[in-house]
Design a protein around this ligand. Structure first.
Ligand SMILES: *Cc1c(COP(=O)(O)O)cnc(C)c1O
Length: 369
């Protein structure tokens, strides 16, 4: 039985370093120049990760990732414009729900949860419906871990002269995206995912020209990214109370990100985490839901053991008591559970976690070995 806090193997909130948590032990005033410099430096560094400084603004927003997605759609999609939402999981469905709640006209294209949307699908859909102006896509669909082919889809969207909105929440910082090669109007991510900050703020990379043209689109005061950006450019401050401790922690997390070797190193560690996880789970006879070719090294979904003695809740509690937090499945048709590969964790820790999974399944008499 572990006495330390359990390691989070979840895709946000996730395990952070002690140094990142330490950075939250200071109270900042929102008028403090040093705090506003922290925000400016943060935005500059975030833009650099996608090579976006020439073409995009970084607009930070208080709240969880969904707040930033909703703000991006509400701000950048004019009220009478039509959105095509590409769906292969729960986060894609959430994009459609946002369009519905905001009253933006939209249509959906849904593939199975183990089926990426293809560029050919998008090409066909755009040919068939000339009213569509914006396409909304999940890069890595965290409900399974499936990777959608972003560069190919972006190329088709660009060729049709349409605009792309990307929810890259669970991939930004770990999977390469170059704003000069992959055209988009908005790309959305948050503090508490692959950058290994704490949750509490999102950010939207918005194409400069699109943001400049977005005054008055938003239905909401607090979620208006045009106002949020304009205010910060004018005053250097966040509009409304900033999540000061979250900003400080993210700034510290970014220092560590660069020390580790930036995106290539982060990607390599997560890929090694995922590889270790897959190998050890296979040894226990636990099958991965996705084929390797479409599996992003972010989160993995496993079929639950088909034994009546297996129950996720009991399994979860026993694994937690031994020091690891797993994640429930999010599929409606098949019983699964998920394990995150992201966060301040190493391949060795992933192997240790799977050893615990094996121990627990033997205790529950689900595994005989
Ligand atoms: C985490 C995540 C979000 C945001 O979820 P919140 O609970 O609002 O933080 C959105 N999209 C994807 C793909 C995610 O992984």
């Amino acid at each position: 039985m572990s006495t330390a806090a359990p390691l989070l193997l979840t895709p946000g909130p996730l395990t952070t370093s002690a140094r990142t948590r330490q950075a939250m032990l200071v109270d900042w005033g929102s008028w403090d120049d040093r705090f506003n410099q922290l925000t400016a430096s943060l935005c500059e560094q975030l833009l650099a990760i996608i090579n976006g400084a020439a073409t995009h603004h970084c607009v930070p927003l208080q709240g969880s990732g969904t707040f930033a997605v909703e703000a991006a759609i509400g701000t950048l999609v004019p009220r009478d414009s039509k959105v095509l939402v590409l769906i292969n999981g729960a986060y894609g469905k959430r994009l459609a729900k946002i369009c519905e709640v905001l009253g933006r006209p939209f249509s959906t294209f849904e593939t199975a949860e183990d089926q990426p949307t293809t560029a050919a699908d998008v090409d066909r859909l755009l040919r068939a419906d000339g009213d569509i102006s914006h396409i909304a896509l999940i890069h890595c669909e965290t409900s399974t871990g499936i990777l959608n082919p972003l560069p190919e889809i972006a190329e088709v969207v660009e060729r049709h002269g349409k605009r792309l909105i990307i929810d890259a929440m669970s991939s930004f910082g770990a999977l390469p995206i170059d704003a000069q090669e992959v055209p988009f109007d908005a790309l959305i991510a948050a503090s508490g995912k692959c950058l290994e900050g704490v949750p509490g703020m999102g950010f939207v990379f918005a194409r400069k020209a699109s943001l400049a043209a977005a005054a008055g689109n938003s239905h909401s005061l607090a979620m208006d990214l045009f106002d949020q950006h304009t205010y910060r450019m004018k005053t250097g401050q966040w509009r409304f109370t900033p999540p000061t401790h979250v900003v400080a922690a993210l700034h510290e997390a970014l220092l560590q990100y660069h020390e580790e070797g930036g995106l290539p190193a982060r990607h390599a560690r997560y890929a090694a985490n995922c590889q270790a996880l897959m190998e050890e789970m296979a040894k226990l006879g636990l099958r991965s839901f996705l084929p390797a070719a479409i599996q992003a090294p972010i989160i993995a979904t496993f079929h639950a053991p088909k034994d009546p003695r297996y129950q996720f809740k009991a399994f979860y509690e026993r694994v937690k008591a031994k020091g690891y937090i797993l994640y429930p499945g999010k599929l409606t048709q098949v019983e699964t559970f998920r394990v995150g590969c992201i966060g301040h964790v190493t391949p060795t820790q992933m192997r240790e976690a799977v050893a615990v999974v094996g121990e627990v399944l033997r205790e529950m008499e689900v595994l005989e070995i």
